[in-house]
Ligand binder design. Structure first.
Ligand SMILES: [Cu+2]
Ligand SMILES: [Zn+2]
Length: 255
């Protein structure tokens, strides 16, 4: 009887130890948002994310500067992304033992607005499915012929010439080029498409090097812009293929 009790106690302790060492400490995430006025028109927001994982503490600081409207919109987007990321994690936990895990399909639809005194307008959709993002763009009001289309670095189409969207989105710091080129290419270098005599053009493009709202900033399209150019991308001129004026612009924003 005594031996049995002793063994039972040992088993108990062993179980306790294995359970303790096996349970990972959950990561704790804290987000602080600070807003400051820069001048009469500009505000600056600092978003500090502190992640505590056991002994390890990582801090990520992001600054957003712009008009109060722009900053608030960016903060809202940021919050949404955080919530989305959290939701994905929860879903992953819930489906942990589920062999038939369903893949979520994400879709964004945005409008292209005319820029640089053009009449070029249209729609762009991005669909993420099975680790791939597919772009489909339909544009009207173009001049007949070849036009370049790129992802530019900022979802800001506010300026008349579309230059507020910045240069080509190039998160991997490579030269401008043809998509997939060995010499390098921007992750925004979609390429060219043609418009017919009625001024209509369309393009579809699919890649696993993009994502919608994932944590990998070399892949995430959210917060960038789609730009259609007046001219053709020669796929060699630096830094942007000498494609001429920006005739249409759309910010890639989650509504
Ligand atoms: Cu461009
Ligand atoms: Zn480029």
């Amino acid at each position: 009887m005594k031996t049995k009790q002793f063994i039972a106690l040992l088993t108990c302790i062993a179980l306790f130890i294995s359970c303790e060492s096996g349970s990972k400490k959950p990561a704790h995430k804290e987000i602080k948002i600070e807003k400051k006025k820069v001048n009469d028109t500009l505000v600056k927001a600092t978003v500090t994310t502190v992640i505590t994982k056991g002994e390890e503490v990582t801090e990520d600081v992001q600054s957003i500067e712009g008009t109060p409207g722009e900053v608030n919109a960016q903060l809202e987007r940021y919050k949404k992304e955080m919530l989305q990321a959290h939701g994905e994690k929860e879903a992953l936990h819930a489906h942990h033992d589920n062999a038939t895990k369903k893949q979520e399909v994400k879709k964004i639809k945005i409008g292209l607005n005319a820029k640089s005194d053009s009449t070029a307008e249209g729609m762009v959709s991005f669909t993420e499915e099975n680790g791939k993002v597919t772009l489909e763009a339909h544009i009207n009001g173009l001049t007949e012929g070849i036009h370049a289309i790129h992802i530019h670095e900022k979802a800001d189409c506010s300026s008349e010439d579309g230059k507020s969207s910045g240069g080509h989105w190039n998160p991997t710091f490579e030269p401008h080029g043809s998509w997939g080129a060995e010499s390098g290419y921007h992750r925004g270098d979609i390429g060219n498409f043609s418009a017919d005599a009625s001024g209509h053009g369309m393009i579809t493009f699919s890649t696993d090097q993009w994502c919608l709202g994932c944590a990998d900033e070399t892949k995430n399209l959210i917060g960038k812009a789609v730009i259609v150019h007046q001219g053709e991308d020669d796929l060699t001129s630096q830094p942007s293929g000498a494609a001429g004026a920006r005739v249409s612009c759309a910010g890639i924003i989650v509504e």
